[in-house]
Design a protein. Structure first.
Length: 440
């Protein structure tokens, strides 16, 4: 009896041990979930951000995911690359056949964000990439090429439009002086612009109940405006007053940095993807990533979504010109010239490409910016500092806007269908997209 009992007990013990071994093997070979990879990705990016303050543009994830240890004296690039490549491999091996279309888009965007993170670490190590290759790896887009002769023909047509003789950039600067917002009236003009932009946006989108923003005026920055999204629907918007600000920039900045631009984009991603779906990889916004092309492109395109041309002109003449103490006479002609100058926008990309590829000097780049983008020389030099710091990021504004426009219009959001345009635009702002997804 005792012998039989012992045999049964031994058999049961073996079965328990076999079960434990089987569970251990399953745990060892279990593939990480998307959520687990998202947590690793966010934590690693937060650590990387200690070595370059521009890397993390916004973070609104768990407080405990923030780094608790100070950064090392030197960048541990190999460790960062190993971690990002492990995440990359896990994403590539993920079985997505049964995923929903939205989850598949989540994975596709996640993969491209990780490629950008790997590229950024390699660049921080000192790796030099040609402008186009860098743009493709970081932003999922290759910028088009234009010969400067293309822009020369546009300059010729503008020569007929601007009064006076001689240098076009100087003639434009002289002409623009009548449209400069006096510094003491900048705040009241900008507040009126952003309040109107907000009113137009919330008429179409139910934004988070607690969304809000603060405006600050700053100096000595390489950009004209910046949105620092802090989470819980709140943004700090900074406006650079280093140089005179013309009347049209009030609407441009109000929409781009605020409504329906960066502030709305971040608020909707936080609301729809982070809080509702729990997609923690969207709780961090890495600046040097495909997300930026959508962010900048939608922020620029959002200007015309909120303020179609004639509505904008009417509002500015009736409200903003008055608040700024400017004479609205000649506003129509001014905006017609601005539209033509806008066609020179891609010249800035060509200049950045030549400069960052080492084909021209800083002085030559500044001179070309004066010639083709009508910068004053000191502001042109400021722009080269932006190129030094952000490099191929410059493509995100104009190429991003063009790709967003084509995407929205292809889905029926044409200028003659404003309600549909708002609808398609919101879908873009609330879901995972990269440049290559927009082109499918």
């Amino acid at each position: 009896m005792t012998s039989t009992y012992n045999r049964i007990l031994s058999l049961l013990l073996c079965l328990v041990l076999l079960g434990a071994c089987s569970s251990a093997r399953q745990e060892t070979t279990a593939k990480p979930t998307l959520d687990a990879l998202a947590e690793r990705y966010v934590k690693t990016l937060m650590q990387l951000g200690q070595y370059d303050a521009d890397i993390v543009d916004a973070y609104y994830g768990p407080e405990e995911w923030k780094p608790t240890q100070p950064k090392r004296d030197t960048l541990p690039a190999a460790e960062f690359l190993r971690e990002f490549r492990t995440i990359q491999q896990s994403l590539a091996q993920m079985e997505t056949a049964r995923f929903s279309a939205l989850d598949k888009k989540r994975v596709a965007m996640f993969q491209k964000q990780v490629v950008a993170a790997i590229t950024k670490v390699e660049m921080m190590q000192g790796k030099k990439l040609p402008f186009d290759e860098e743009a493709q790896l970081l932003y999922d887009a290759t910028p088009p090429h234009y010969a400067f002769s293309h822009f020369d023909s546009l300059l010729h047509s503008l020569n007929q439009e601007l009064p006076g003789q001689g240098d076009l950039a100087q003639r434009w600067a002289t002409y623009q002086k009548q449209f400069v917002i006096p510094k003491e009236k900048l705040n009241v003009v900008f507040k009126a612009a952003i309040n109107e932009a907000r009113k137009r946006t919330i008429a179409h989108y139910p934004l988070p109940a607690n969304e809000n923003f603060t405006v600050e005026y700053v100096t000595n920055k390489p950009w004209s405006g910046y949105n620092y999204f802090k989470g819980n629907g709140y943004s700090l918007i900074q406006i650079n007053t280093d140089f005179p600000i013309q009347i049209e920039r009030a609407i441009d900045l109000a929409c781009h940095e605020g409504y329906p631009g960066h502030h709305v984009f971040n608020a909707l991603l936080e609301q729809e993807l982070v809080k509702k779906r729990g997609w923690k990889e969207f709780s961090i916004y890495p600046l040097f990533s495909p997300q930026s092309l959508i962010a900048e492109g939608s922020a620029n395109y959002g200007i015309q979504v909120a303020f179609p041309a004639q509505e904008r002109l009417q509002f500015e003449k009736e409200v903003l010109f008055t608040l700024a103490g400017l004479n609205p006479t000649g506003a129509e002609r001014y905006y017609a010239i601005l539209e033509k100058i806008g066609q020179l926008n891609f010249a800035g990309n060509e200049i950045a490409r030549h400069y960052l590829n080492g084909h021209i000097s800083r002085e030559q780049a500044a001179d070309l910016l004066v010639k083709y983008n009508f910068y004053q020389k000191d502001k042109a030099l400021q722009r080269t500092r932006f190129m030094d710091r952000y490099r191929s990021y410059v493509i995100n504004y104009n190429l991003g806007q063009e790709l967003v426009r084509k995407h929205v219009e292809a889905l029926g959001g044409t200028p003659d269908q404003p309600e549909k345009r708002w609808e398609v635009f919101r879908e873009l702002l609330s879901n995972p997209y990269t440049a290559s997804m927009l082109q499918k």
